[in-house]
Design a protein around this ligand. Structure first.
Ligand SMILES: [Zn+2]
Length: 219
């Protein structure tokens, strides 16, 4: 009984940083300042290498593993595109301000720089310019949680096979980016906090992944 109670408590604390399924509620329409303002041009472009480390739990799911590896390649293409840089820097929140909520005091330019620095809470300073993380697949049919992390404790993102088995590569890019931003110390409140860095940048990633898929290139 005590064990069950502890398991519930830990499940709840995970949920604080979990990416809850938002199926049924469409992603918000996003607004961006005009790229003609040249805001992004004032920030040096950086290169971020996607460097996944331990990938576990996929042995029996080779198709999912393949889709995830495709997603890693897409993330690297998108994150290093000028369109990604423009969208991250020009992002406007629902109050009409060019700013993310819970941005750790960073401007949009600072958020872009933090992403491209690859600065995970654990080991980020030693691996600049690398997106480092582990992925561990688990399966919980009854859960609405897509994935969760324990930022500052490990660089592992735990992803629910219930969702990953259905996810397209573009959906995986969005979730992996969202969870990785937690590993870099960016958080959100509820799953409705669309203006937070993990959600907003996750949506930017997904939209550009779909655009890349459709037209074969990004600017
Ligand atoms: Zn989250």
């Amino acid at each position: 009984m005590k064990f069950i109670f502890l398991a519930l408590v830990s499940a709840l604390s995970f949920n604080a940083l979990a990416h809850i399924d938002s199926e049924g509620s469409p992603a918000p329409k996003m607004r961006f300042a005009s790229s003609e303002l040249g805001l992004a041009d004032a920030v040096p472009t950086q290169f971020l290498q996607v460097q996944p480390e331990k990938i576990t739990g996929f042995t029996k799911y080779p198709a999912e593993l393949k889709r995830m590896q495709e997603a890693f390649e897409i993330i690297e293409t998108v994150i290093n595109s000028n369109e990604f840089k423009e969208k991250v820097i020009n992002f406007i929140n629902k109050k009409g301000v060019r700013s993310y909520v819970r941005s750790n005091g960073l401007t949009n330019e600072g958020v872009y720089e933090a992403i491209m620095a690859g600065n995970e809470l654990i080991g980020g300073a030693q691996t600049p310019g690398e997106m480092n993380f582990n992925v561990s697949r688990y399966m919980k049919f009854w859960s609405k949680v897509i994935g969760y992390t324990n930022p500052g404790k490990s660089n592992t993102m735990y992803v629910n096979g219930k969702f990953y088995k259905k996810f397209s590569a573009a959906e995986i890019t969005s979730n992996v980016t969202h969870e990785w931003l937690h590993l870099c110390g960016f958080y959100h409140g509820s799953a409705a906090e669309h203006d937070s860095v993990p959600y907003a940048v996750g949506y930017i990633m997904r939209d550009l992944a779909l655009k890349l898929e459709a037209q074969g290139y990004l600017n």
